[in-house]
Design a protein around this ligand. Structure first.
Ligand SMILES: *[C@@H]1O[C@H](CO)[C@@H](O)[C@H](O)[C@H]1NC(C)=O
Ligand SMILES: *[C@@H]1O[C@H](CO)[C@@H](O)[C@H](O)[C@H]1NC(C)=O
Ligand SMILES: *[C@@H]1O[C@H](CO)[C@@H](O)[C@H](O)[C@H]1NC(C)=O
Length: 478
């Protein structure tokens, strides 16, 4: 009896521990929300979407007070960001760093405020394409923001980090165990890693198997996904059958080799785009993101880091105004289209699949197309298309994209319509000289969707004010 009681007493904390571990391993996924969009959704719409999809963490790229206000009392954990163009000021001016923390962190934390957990200092500042522009400012900015957080008494509550591109480390072979930091920033990386470690802060890395495929046409397609691959790597008995694990563990080895094997790692961005490139489509995006999520939900981690992962999907919603310098796919990373509707089904851990935004209104069913009587060889065609594409979004045109099969006339119509929609279907936005006409027949064919735009947030607000006024008038009439 006594023995039984004792074992039960021992069992209780054990069960508690198991529950804790379970809760830990299934802690909700995070998402990135970038707002470089001609028609961003309102924050209240997004917060509702996050909750309905069981998303508990959001990563932002700046600290817009209007957006942060929307996360008050939402129960959602927030990572705020500092854009690279602010690094110089924050690195060279401690008062600027203190002001940044005071305005963009402290001010939002008061009771019932925003649950800010991290400050991301810079965004992929050591990307090779930046030519070293931010190499001298990132660490001092990180130090100044940390000092400001400490001075504000927040150092236990809010952690700093630097979201880094996976090209800050590499392997001299195909094996993760040969991983180390990039030679030209090796010393700098060690200083940053030591600083993060000293301050109980995580290493944040963005990992993009899609880019491996995009940059190298010989890259084995299966190795980009999570469902097994012929091209597995045997690293001293550890088997890698997907590039995410191999890449992640190259970082783990780089950290370990330099004395920081236990530094926590956050996957700051991971995802797959759905358009703008041959390999960017709904099927691949679904396959990759579901593969990643299934792995995430098991809490199993990678061969070198077997525990639960901590990750933010990239990204929540498409951004039609983002720079396409990295490639046309750049505007199509969303799990959701611009209007907040899901692109494909994805199990994030709840059983419902993706839940779309509610209360988002589309403009009318009107499209701008090339006039059937207009001549393809008209002198005005090239400058008109160029103008439309510069000011709107033609990234769904081109080889292997969703509208890659359009004929010349279809291409021109697509460009005209994109501009017309971005301009909120203004009559004057479908006045390409003698070339365009508005139609109420949807020109979409197959995978190529001619989308109608959503009402912008200010229009949404106007609409709700109109409703309030209408109800008010109705009541005063009664
Ligand atoms: C707070 O963040 C916003 C958005 O990133 C930025 O524009 C602003 O300058 C920051 N405030 C201070 C005081 O640095
Ligand atoms: C980096 O250098 C290349 C080649 O010199 C140049 O084309 C590019 O604009 C530079 N990028 C930045 C961000 O300075
Ligand atoms: C349509 O536009 C795309 C992107 O500009 C181009 O690659 C393609 O050749 C065009 N197709 C036709 C038939 O003009």
């Amino acid at each position: 009896m006594a023995g039984e009681k004792r074992s039960r007493l021992l069992l209780a904390p054990l069960i508690f521990l198991c529950v804790l571990l379970l809760v830990g391993s299934t802690s909700g996924i995070g998402v990135n929300w970038g707002t470089q969009s001609t028609h961003p959704l309102g924050t209240s719409t997004v917060v509702k979407m996050l909750k309905e999809n069981g998303i508990q963490k959001i990563k932002l790229f700046d600290a817009d007070p209007n957006i942060l206000d929307g996360f008050k009392k939402s129960g959602i954990q927030v990572m705020v960001g500092i854009p690279n163009d602010m690094l110089y000021t924050l690195a060279t001016n401690t008062q600027a760093a203190e002001k940044w923390v005071s305005k963009n962190v402290s001010a939002h934390l008061s009771s019932g405020g925003v649950d800010i957990r991290y400050v991301a200092v810079g965004n992929e500042p050591f990307l090779s394409t930046f030519n070293g522009t931010f190499e001298t400012t990132t660490l001092p900015a990180l130090q100044n923001i940390q000092a400001a957080l400490t001075k504000a008494g927040l150092s236990n509550r809010v952690k700093v980090t630097v979201p880094l591109n996976a090209d800050v480390y590499l392997s001299s072979s195909d094996k993760p165990s040969d991983g180390d930091f990039r030679p030209n920033i090796h010393e700098l990386m060690l200083q940053i890693v030591k600083f993060l470690s000293d301050n109980g802060a995580p290493f944040t890395v963005n990992i993009y198997p899609f880019i491996s495929l995009y940059l190298d046409s010989n890259f084995p397609v299966d190795f980009a996904f999570f469902d097994g691959s012929q091209s597995s790597i045997n690293d001293n008995g550890k088997i890698y059958d997907n590039v995410f694990d191999a890449n992640h563990d190259t970082l783990v080895w780089a950290l370990q080799k330099n004395g920081f094997g236990n530094l926590p790692i956050i996957i700051g961005e991971i995802g797959w785009p759905t358009d703008g490139d041959l390999h960017a489509n709904l099927q691949y995006a679904q396959r990759f993101n579901q593969g990643f999520m299934s792995r995430y939900l098991t809490g199993k981690g990678t061969p070198m880091r077997p525990g639960p992962l901590d990750a933010y999907l990239f990204s929540l919603i498409d951004e039609d105004a983002k720079s396409i310098q990295p490639g046309n796919f750049e505007r199509h990373w969303g799990l959701f289209y611009l209007d907040g509707q899901p692109k494909y089904q994805l199990n994030l851990g709840s059983t419902r699949g993706l839940v779309g935004a509610s209360g988002v209104h589309h403009l009318g069913k009107r499209w701008c197309i090339m006039k059937p009587t207009a001549n393809l060889n008209d002198d005005q065609v090239p400058p008109s298309v160029a103008y439309a594409c510069q000011n709107a979004d033609c990234t769904s045109l081109g080889y292997g994209t969703s509208c890659g099969n359009l004929d010349a006339r279809g291409n021109i119509s697509y460009a005209f319509n994109s501009y017309f929609q971005v301009m909120d279907q203004m009559e004057s936005a479908c006045k390409f000289p003698g070339l365009s006409v508005v139609t109420d027949n949807d020109p979409s064919t197959g995978t190529c969707k001619f989308r109608t735009m959503i009402e912008s947030v200010s229009a949404e607000r106007l609409a709700s004010i109109r409703t309030v006024l209408f109800v008010f008038l109705l009541f005063s009439l009664l």
